[in-house]
Design a protein around this ligand. Structure first.
Ligand SMILES: NC(=O)c1ccc[n+]([C@@H]2O[C@H](COP(=O)([O-])OP(=O)(O)OC[C@H]3O[C@@H](n4cnc5c(N)ncnc54)[C@H](O)[C@@H]3O)[C@@H](O)[C@H]2O)c1
Length: 364
């Protein structure tokens, strides 16, 4: 069975999806929509058989589109998801689900209602589909750590600089950090209970670009999450610091990656083990597979990420940002440094989280 799909938004993520869709023989990309002519020109080059359009109505109105893939920015997301559901399409959307918490919950409601009528909706909460998330949950359930007590997550890269794009997605701790807020909740197997956040306005930007939150889950597990796109923006050779650490009453494990490979070192009660596999990137192949299986069988794939989980992660990330604003939030650095960073990123060929500029495909 062939599944026809239309893409809305052909920037960085749209190109990653196209790349993965072209490798999955179950899908045929029929439409690509982007208001930017240079994005459409690239789309024509990469997917010559797809119809190109500058407005979403052409995709949503096309009778032969079964799935709509929504990867423009959050400011237009709610309208696009609602219109896709109204047109009877299945939906794969990027996160966050909308431009405010209130709108996100309206989107969740609309999608859950649509699921009652046979439409499937999912969101790219890619960490939930990572092999290491599943492996970490398996380790927790195996008892090798004793009882899970502490979750420590850190993700610092020289990523998207302030003012470079994604304004509709909020500061770094929301745009990127919501993934880690979502991950900690799955690892704890519990809802958030309390938190305290400390943030910093790096380069004196109006919003914090580094934030650390710690607190408790309802089941008593404690967490700390550190996220910032502040890690060596001007260093000659860039690198990152990204890990998940689970500490139990008896053992611990540590996960890390270099974006190519990921590994977990388990120091369990009975087992000491190094588990290493390809990183998996944004796990878009997994998401597309879950949607294809759902459509083919008529049963929602049990592991396909739910919009509700995305809305919860987004809401808590916003609340942690709000909490940080209630405390002293120092400003360090200045606009000249930020300008140098932006200028460097404008001309970088290979960097962290670069937005497309040269109309080149991005493979992911
Ligand atoms: N899940 C993840 O890990 C992950 C990673 C990166 C980005 N994202 C999310 O994906 C989304 C896209 O990010 P990106 O990095 O590709 O951004 P981008 O700026 O590279 O691309 C966005 C594209 O949408 C187009 N667009 C704008 N308005 C549109 C409209 N009304 N209809 C159709 N297209 C429109 C723009 O012209 C642009 O080409 C964002 O919401 C971002 O938060 C998610």
């Amino acid at each position: 069975m062939e599944i026809t799909i239309g893409l809305i938004g052909f920037g960085r993520m749209g190109r990653c999806y196209l790349n993965m869709l072209q490798r999955d023989k179950r899908y045929r990309v029929t439409h690509i929509c982007d208001p930017d002519p240079s994005c459409r020109a690239l789309a024509h080059e990469l997917a010559p058989n797809a119809q190109l359009c500058d407005n979403e109505e052409s995709v949503l109105g096309a009778a032969d589109v079964q799935v709509v893939l929504i990867c423009a920015l959050a400011d237009v997301r709610m309208r696009q998801i609602r219109a896709a559901l109204a047109a009877g399409k299945h939906v794969i959307t990027e996160k966050p689900l909308a431009d405010s918490v209130e709108h996100e919950w309206q989107v969740v409601e609309a999608c859950e209602e649509a699921e009652c009528h046979g439409l499937f909706c999912t969101v790219n909460m890619y960490l939930l589909n990572s092999w290491y998330r599943h492996e970490l949950c398996r380790i927790i359930n195996s008892g090798e750590l004793g009882e899970l007590a502490i979750i420590r997550i850190c993700h610092m890269t020289p990523g998207l600089a302030p003012g470079e794009g994604h304004e509709a997605e909020g500061p770094a701790f929301h745009d990127c950090g919501m993934h880690y807020v979502g991950l900690a909740r799955f690892l704890a197997g519990s809802e958030y209970h309390t938190w305290h956040a400390q943030a910093l306005r790096m380069w004196s930007w109006k919003d914090p670009w580094w934030l650390q939150a710690h607190g408790t889950m309802q089941n008593g597990v404690v967490f700390d999450i550190t996220q910032g796109f502040v890690y060596g923006q001007m260093s000659k050779d860039q690198t990152h610091n990204s890990y998940v650490e689970l500490i139990g009453t008896q053992g611990f494990c540590h996960m890390s990656h270099d974006f190519k490979r990921a590994w977990i070192d388990l120091h369990g009660v009975n087992v000491t083990e190094h588990i290493e596999r390809p990183h998996g990137g944004k796990n878009i192949d997994v998401l597309l597979d879950q949607m294809a299986q759902s459509i083919t069988t008529g049963q929602r794939h049990p592991e396909m990420p739910c919009l509700r989980d995305s809305a919860i992660a987004s809401e808590i990330a916003w609340k942690m940002l709000e909490n940080a604003r209630c405390h002293e939030m120092p400003a360090i650095g200045n606009n000249d440094e930020l300008e140098q960073i932006r200028e460097r990123r404008r001309t970088m060929k290979d960097g962290y989280g670069l937005l497309p500029r040269n109309n080149k495909p991005i493979l992911g």
